[in-house]
Design a protein around this ligand. Sequence first.
Ligand code: MG
Ligand code: MG
Length: 255
Amino acid sequence: MSMLKTPDQISMMREAGRVVANALAAVREHADVGVSLKELDEVAADVISGAGAKPAFLDYHPRWAALPFPGVICASVNDAVVHGIPDGYVLQDGDLLSVDCGAFLEGWCGDAAISFVVGTADPADQALIDATDAALARGIEAARVGNKMGDLAYAIGGEAKRAGYGLLADHGGHGIGRTMHAEPPVPNIGRPGRGIKLQEGLVIAIEPMLILGGKDDYYHDDDEWTLRSSSGNRAAHSEHTVAITADGPMILTLP
Ligand code: MG
Ligand code: MG
């Protein structure tokens, strides 16, 4: 199947994206000091099933993973960068929480992530989140016909590095459609003018993952899923599913 989607297919993906955005908004609304990650997972599950959609992460089992993923959301707290399991952990004041969520509606996938602080934010954490959102915005802005993938990757990584943050350089975004993770890869670091041409109808998930302190290293937790920063520093993750159209980038994962 072609990587490129028709306008009708993009409209269907917009509906899947809306479900994901609504699930993330509900999780954010519910997240508070004293609330467990498991409770947040149930909030997302309810929104997704209520919309007649199916969670994309639950039981997801890529070749590289030892175990299928046990949650509807990835809930990554503090030094967890991505792929955190929504377990019984109870949120504390000042925790930096990243929530990643995917859903299928009528066979089309949406994928998005947000990061925010629960309770009182350390200004350094808020700045990290703002930089992650800015890197995502730069990437989206570069998702245009006439650009190449290297332009988009450079826009994301350049923003992160200029601000002095570490970057999960060997992780990034992806094509998306009938499956969550499809061709082409969407790297967070790259060189202008390199890579494939960005064509009308290409739909991609753009997802910068930034780490405080400028170091890029990470390790896998004993749970086989969670990626944590080697420095122990906090990390943030933001993601949208974006269609490249004749009129410019169209964000599909908005409420
Ligand atoms: Mg995601
Ligand atoms: Mg993704």
